[in-house]
Structures are given as C-alpha cells and as structure tokens.
Design a protein around this ligand. Structure first.
Ligand SMILES: Cc1cc2nc3c(=O)[nH]c(=O)nc-3n(C[C@H](O)[C@H](O)[C@H](O)COP(=O)(O)O)c2cc1C
Length: 697
C-alpha cells in the first residue's frame, strides 16, 4: 500500500473508533492507578521459596472442616474457599503460617465503575464485542501509524531522527506515537486477545499426558496457581501450576494435563493489559493511556482538514488554459493554492485548481503553476508520489507547457524543498516546456514569502492579483511574552536593541526572537545574542520592513510582544569556531565570541562598527565594508585565510555562518575551494558531522 492508502486507512479507523479509544484510554488511565492505591491489597506476604504445598495442606486440615478451592491472585494472595471452624466463605491466608489474615479492603467504586466501562461499556456481551473491535482498530491504527511514520522519515534509515516540532498537533502526534508505539501495540494486541479468548473459549487444556510427572510431595507452594480439593473420596485433587494441571488420587499422580500455550498467552495478556500485581507495568499503562488520550485529541484536530475534499477534477481542467496544481501531504499548501485561486477569480481569470494526482493527459497549450511541498527526507508529498512515473504520458499531447514551481518546505529539514527542485528539473526536461515563473520557495509556510512570489507572478503574467493574507489563517501564538527595550541605538541602516531578559531564562545566543508587528499575525524571526556581561538580549535589525520599522519605532522603556524560538542547531559547538557573518547576521556571534575564536564580518559602512565594538575587545575580528573604498565582501576576506581555515578544521574546530543567502552562496564557493585544496571533506560532509552550522535567510 502507498503512503496515501495508509493515511486514508489511519484516518478512517480513527474516525470510526476514535470515541471508543478515547473511552478505553480514559478508563484505562484510571485503572492504571489502582495498583498504586491498593497497597494493602497484598495481605498474604512473601511465600518462602522452599515451602511445600503439602505443608500448607496439612495446616488446612487442622484449621478447616472442609476446603473446596485455593487460588493465588495477581497480588500473590492465597485465597481459599471453605468451611472454617468458626465461619465459612472466602478467606485470605498468610503465605507462611497458613493462618487466616484480615481480608483486603474493598475496591473503590471508581475502579469497579471504570473496569465495567472499560470492558463492556455496561452493555454485557455486545459491549465486550465493541471493545474487542476497538482493540482491533487500535492495532491497525498502530500498524498504519508505523507505515506513515516510515513515509514521514523518508524510509527506515530516518526513523530515529529527531522530529522538528513545527506544527503542534501533527508533529507532537508523530513524536509521542513513535515513543509509545510498543506499549500501544502490546495494549491493543493483549486487549484483542482477551476479547477473542473470551468468545472463542480458547485455551482449553490439552489432554495429552506429559512425561513430566510431578510428585505431590515435590510441589512447592510458590509454583501453585490454583487447587481444587476433592469433595467426594473418588474425586481427584487438582493442582494447577505454570506447567499444567496434575490430578492426584490418594496422593498418587493419576493424570497430567500440560498447559496449552493459549492459557499462558491469556495469563500474559491479562498481566500486560491490566498491570495487576505489577506497578512498573501499571505505570507504563498509565503513561500510555495519557499518550493515547493526547493522540486521540491531536488526531481529531487534524481530521477535518484531512477529510476535506479539495480542488477540481480532471474533467474540469480540460478546457482551462491556466491550472494551479497542488502537491501536498498534510494540506497546508492547499490553503495557499486556494487563496491564489480566489485572487485569480476576483480578477476574472479563468483557471482550475487541482491535486497533482488528478492531473492527466494535458492537451494544447497549458500554463501550470505547481505549488508543491516536500515530505519525508526530501521526497514527494502523498498526492505527487506517482507524478514522476507518469509525467511523460501526462504531457505527451501538450503542444506547449508553460510552468512555474513554488516549493513549500522548511529549512528545519536538510533537504529544503528538494521535491520542488526535482519536479522543476523533470518539467524542464519535457519537450516544449518553458519556465514562465522563476523557481521560488516558501519557508515554514511564510505568508510573506508567498506574497513576494505572487508579486513576481503579477510581473511575469501581467496580473493584478491581491492575496487576502487573513484567509491564510496565520494564527498569532497564544502565549506571548512582553519584552522591554532597555536601550536603542541606530547608525546608518543598522539598529541595535538591548532588551531586558529574565536572568534565569534558558535563552541562548543563536536562539530566535519571533516578533509580531501590531495588528499582524505573521511573526518575523531575529537571531539573538545574550550579552556575556549583562545577560541582556541583543537584537540587530535592518529597518527596512514592516516589523523592523516597528522595532525601530520603539524607545527605551517601551514593551513589545514576542516569543523565543529555541534554535539548538545554531548553538556554539565545543572547540574553536570560525564565525562568518554579514549585516545583522553578526547578532548571535556577539554572545558567542571568545578569544579562541575568529570572526569575519561584512558590513556596509565603517560607522556601523561603532554600534557593537564593545563586544570585540580582545577578540580576533576581521571586518570588510562593502560601501567604503575597498568595496569588499566577507567572502573576499576568507579567500586570503586559507591556512587559518585549514588549521581550525584540522584541529577539530567548526565554522558557523549567519546572514544573507547571497553571502552564503559566495562563502560556500570560497570554502569549497579551500577544502578541496586542503584535502578536507566537502561542505555537505562537514555539515553532516555538525562542524559547519548555517543560519541564513
Ligand atoms: C515529516 C515531515 C517531513 C518534512 N520533510 C521536509 C523536507 O525534507 N524538506 C523540506 O523542505 N520540508 C520538509 N517538511 C516541511 C513541509 O514541506 C512543510 O511543512 C510544508 O508546508 C507542508 O505542506 P503540506 O501540508 O501541503 O504537505 C517536512 C514536514 C514534515 C511534517
């Protein structure tokens, strides 16, 4: 089955069985507490491992007129039914003295109530059947979940990789289900087995006699599970142990019925499913129930978007010249495509919106705008999985294909927008194809990236589209903190902000500050430094956009709303570090620089240096100015530092790069050349080893 099929199965099962799973998890959570509160439940004490069953039997003959049965419960209690010298009924015995001990306290109503609800929804047999089916659905949810998880990870190799948390419900759902997959499978499988066992009456003991013939005098009390005592003389004494049931008459072994595997399986399933008698298992069950509750909640939050039918069908596109084709795994790209479609309609531009799996047999001249995400480890999203194998057929009859590709992805993943790039190459190889819109990307569903692309589209196609950004539903994060500006300085296009920070805060240099301009729901990220001396937060901003102009309008004492996004992939590594930055990209390094590091910074004007020179005292800093006489860029400085760069890397040091993408491009070229000449691994390999860290935008 393909990723799409597994996803459908997963959602279908969740939609059908979700309510019952919720019920079973809630009651399961309550029941998992039982072994912890019933601490006085074990009243029989520890059984001496050498104590023989015979010895207890002799004691019983002294104290009871008649004993009918003996049973050991999962708490190790010895429970007997019989007629005592003073009373008759059920008694608990001390394991070693054989004397009657105080009966355990009754079980709290909440546990009995939860147990009945958990097992049968108070509906007796139909309820038990329903809960059996729920276990079955849960097992298949776990199996389809594993398939989705493999797809998400881009194959088996990636399953243990960390999961970036970009979207709370989706990514935490994946995170927690991965962590608890084994207990969840055990819970579902044991629940299913217990249900089947009850209805199919599995586990009847085999009557095959065994070669192991336990003598009555050898049986130890610790090995006994249950005993049925003879009432009439000709009846046998039946002793059940882990290995089977032995029948004795007058102390002689008459028959032995080894225990069938199914009986052991039943016992094992009961233990795994209830945790009765084992607090560690009960703890795992409790935590798993909590996780299941969360998975049901987050799954239901994702369900409406997943089940929504989107786009036109193949028939609708036949006489359209302009098509928006969407490749999406989890539905976000559709939101952008729909808002583009709306703005085209508002301008009376005839077009169709379609999923990539619906795109078949294009005839004549078509203009197709592909909006595609990347999934797994740089792979195609679900509805574009088969596109590559069909692409030649799809366009076989097209006279001309005008296309543009907009990639949706996240720089949190190493293969940023890899599928969009691959698709673009495939389209370029189609006969009569022409790229009419330059390839662009949208990082982390950035509305501003998308709006920029639409501006480009307007230019290329001579449109006047206006995107309704509110329709893209960017949500302002709920928990924002208020930050106070302590100091603000500005020198030619560079703004320096010192911001008050709770001194016990966990924030580190290299983290990001996400700021919302007033009346806007789209945050902008700024790399931050923590001043090593004062522990204040330092922000460097180029005041050219809506948010940076807002920050520029603030004065000391003003407050603004923001949150800190942890960015551990850009924390300073051990050892000496070569830091490379241009413009405001220097910000995180202001809090990282030590005398054993070197910093290369490219800025525009000499004056800008005055804003931050106090951070450079006794440090190894090299600066270029692109708007002064030298007109040099930071990469020009690097090409003269071959020996130093080689020395840093050969002594196990690292390189960190922060700033613009164009600086990254130039820097990468220079570094690659140096690495080749020095026999060092290439940038890709060093990045993999975590020795080149990049934060460019
Ligand atoms: C499991 C997973 C894997 C991803 N892998 C990549 C990737 O390799 N490269 C990338 O640029 N983005 C990757 N992304 C980010 C998505 O492409 C991005 O969130 C996109 O907006 C999702 O759009 P969609 O909901 O339409 O599929 C991944 C997201 C997830 C959840």
């Amino acid at each position: 089955m393909k990723g799409k099929g597994w996803r459908k199965l997963h959602y279908l099962l969740a939609a059908v069985a979700g309510f019952f799973i919720l019920l079973a998890s809630g009651t399961g959570l309550i029941l998992s507490i039982e072994p912890f509160v019933l601490h006085q439940y074990a009243v029989s004490g520890e059984i001496d491992k050498n104590l023989k069953f015979n010895e207890l039997q002799n004691k019983l003959q002294e104290d009871f007129l008649e004993v009918f049965s003996l049973e050991k419960d999962s708490y190790g209690n010895i429970k007997i039914e019989g007629i005592g010298l003073e009373a008759d009924g059920t008694f608990f015995l001390s394991a070693n003295s054989g004397e009657i001990v105080e009966a355990p306290q009754p079980v709290a109503t909440v546990f009995n109530f939860s147990r009945d609800l958990h097992r049968s929804l108070f509906l007796k047999t139909p309820g038990r059947v329903l809960m059996g089916i729920t276990s079955f659905a849960m097992l298949f949810l776990a199996i389809s979940g594993i398939a989705l998880w493999l797809k998400r990870a881009g194959g088996v190799r990636g399953v243990l990789k960390s999961i970036p948390i970009i979207e709370f419900n989706r990514d935490r759902h994946a995170y927690w289900s991965r962590l608890f997959i084994l207990p969840i499978i055990f819970i579902a499988a044991s629940g299913l087995y217990l249900s089947i066992d009850r209805f199919a009456e599995l586990g009847k003991e085999s009557t095959t006699s065994s070669k192991t013939r336990p003598l009555l005098s050898d049986i130890k009390l610790k090995d006994v599970d249950a005993v049925v005592f003879p009432v009439m003389e000709e009846e046998p004494l039946i002793i059940e142990t882990k290995s089977g049931a032995a029948h004795y008459v007058n102390g002689e072994l008459l028959e032995f019925y080894p225990k069938a595997t199914s009986a052991n399986l039943r016992k094992w399933s009961f233990m795994v499913h209830t945790g009765e008698g084992s607090r560690p298992i009960a703890l795992i069950l409790g935590l798993s129930s909590l996780v299941l509750l969360f998975l049901t909640y987050s799954g239901f939050r994702m369900l409406p978007a997943a089940l929504k039918k989107r786009g036109n069908s193949q028939e609708d596109i036949e006489n359209k010249d302009l098509i928006i084709a969407v490749g999406s795994e989890t539905g976000h790209t559709w939101r952008f495509a729909e808002s583009l479609s709306k703005s085209l309609s508002a301008c009376d531009i005839d077009h169709a919106l379609i999923g990539m799996d619906q795109l078949k047999n294009c005839k004549g001249e078509k203009t197709i705008l592909f909006l595609v995400s990347t999934y797994g480890d740089g792979e195609a999203p679900g509805n574009a999985e088969d596109f590559e194998s069909k692409i030649q057929d799809i366009f076989a009859e097209a006279e001309r294909l005008n296309f543009g590709v907009l990639g949706f992805g996240s720089t949190d993943y190493p293969a940023y927008c890899a599928y969009a790039k691959e698709l673009r190459n495939q389209l370029l190889s189609i006969k009569n194809s022409r790229e009419v819109m330059p390839y662009e990307t949208v990082n982390n569903r950035s509305v501003s990236d998308f709006v920029e692309w639409v501006k480009g589209l307007n230019k290329s196609m001579n449109y006047q589209l206006k995107i309704d950004t509110a329709a893209l539903n960017p949500e302002r994060r709920k928990q924002l903190s208020s930050f106070e500006v302590l100091d603000k300085k500005e020198i030619t296009e560079l703004l320096f902000l010192r911001i008050d920070l709770d001194k016990s805060s966990y924030v580190r240099s290299g983290d990001l500050l996400a700021v919302y301009p007033p009346d806007e729901n789209i945050e902008r990220y700024y790399s931050i430094a923590i001043d090593p001396e004062t522990k204040d937060m330092i922000l460097l901003v180029k005041p050219t956009g809506l948010c940076s102009n807002y920050l520029a309008s603030l004065s000391a004492g003003d407050k603004f709303e923001a949150f800190v996004k942890r960015n551990p992939s850009f924390y300073k590594p051990e050892g000496s570090v070569l830091m490379i930055a241009n413009g405001t990209g220097i910000a995180p390094f202001l809090g990282m620089l030590t005398p054993s590091d070197s910093l290369f910074w490219g800025c525009k004007y000499r004056r800008q240096h005055d804003l931050i020179h106090s951070f450079f005292e006794n440090q190894n800093v090299n600066i270029t100015y692109s708007k002064e006489a030298s007109k040099a860029h930071v990469q020009d400085l690097l090409s003269e530092e071959k020996n130093m760069i080689e020395k840093v890397l050969k002594s196990n040091g690292s390189i960190m790069i922060c700033g613009s993408l164009s600086m990254l491009k130039g820097t990468t070229e220079v570094l690659n050349q140096i690495f080749t000449e020095s026999g060092l691994p290439d940038i890709r390999e060093l990045k993999k080893q975590g020795r080149i860290l990049i934060d460019c935008y």
